[in-house]
Design a protein around this ligand. Structure first.
Ligand SMILES: C[S@@+](CC[C@H](N)C(=O)[O-])C[C@H]1O[C@@H](n2cnc3c(N)ncnc32)[C@H](O)[C@@H]1O
Length: 248
């Protein structure tokens, strides 16, 4: 009996559609994945010498681990592992961490939970994950049909999906946390005025927050803007709120 190793092109293609796996593209995303304890199932580079230089410069703390994980792969094969190969010449498949959303919401530790209602852009979702990780948020929860673990969101988040709980949910579960809606039509809030243990609700790039979620919120808070400006970019709004409105 001859057991053939799985075809790498097919393996990466299937991993993109597998809800238990994630394709990690680029050195920054792989660095954070390894630093925050991801289980890496396969990792490849088209340029082993360049990768050695990059990890020495950008990720010395995990350089040995990355060098031990990544398998050199010829350029022609590497180019077929992603629709648009990452310029840093590295790609991996990792397992998505399991997550209990109710347990995350029930945590007594007062880190804010960022809730995105039906975001449309994977790059925006990634940017939200990145700033949420940086600001010490407790989780990022997302409704709608965009996957916060999509390879484009993981690129945008520099792999920081592995640094805090991140998942798609059907809707906002019931919670004892204060629910605060961030809405350009809300009341301007003072700096530091949003309690740390809140759920911070942000709306879709196009349509804002739904009536149902606005109804559940106990407050609607606006980030002040100059006259004539309708709204901030979603990830920019999340950054402003986490850094300026939630006490640290
Ligand atoms: C691009 S905006 C959506 C704009 C949408 N047309 C609206 O009217 O809400 C995406 C989300 O970012 C947040 N946001 C943007 N600018 C904001 C502001 N000035 N104050 C509070 N939240 C803001 C809101 O949660 C908003 O739903």
């Amino acid at each position: 009996l001859i057991v053939r190793p799985p075809d790498p092109v097919e393996r990466y293609r299937l991993a993109r559609r597998d809800a238990g796996l994630v394709v990690v593209e680029g050195i920054h995303a792989l660095k954070h994945a390894v630093r925050f304890g991801a289980e890496i199932l396969d990792a490849r580079t088209a340029d082993a010498a360049r990768l050695r230089r990059l990890v020495a410069e950008l990720a010395p703390d995990v350089a040995d681990a990355i060098r031990g994980l990544v398998r050199p792969t010829d350029r022609e094969l590497f180019a077929r592992l992603a629709p648009s190969p990452h310029p840093t010449g590295v790609i991996a498949i990792a397992r998505r961490p399991a997550l209990d959303v109710q347990a995350v919401l029930e945590r007594s530790e007062p880190a804010p939970v960022v809730f995105l209602e039906r975001p449309t852009h994977h790059g925006n979702i990634g940017a939200v994950v990145r700033v949420a990780a940086a600001a010490g948020a407790g989780a990022v929860l997302v409704t709608g049909d965009r996957d916060p673990w999509h390879p484009a969101a993981v690129r945008g988040g520099a792999g920081l999906q592995f640094a805090l709980p991140v998942t798609r949910v059907e809707s906002l579960p019931s919670t004892d946390r204060p629910i605060v809606a961030l809405d350009p039509a809300g009341e301007p809030a003072a700096a530091g005025a949003i309690p740390r243990r809140s759920v911070l609700v942000f709306g879709s790039e196009r349509t804002g927050i739904s009536g149902a979620l606005l109804h559940r919120a106990e407050r609607r808070v606006a980030i002040p803007m100059a006259p004539g400006v309708s709204s901030l970019n979603l990830a920019t709004a999340v950054a402003a709120v986490l850094y300026a409105y939630v006490p640290r």
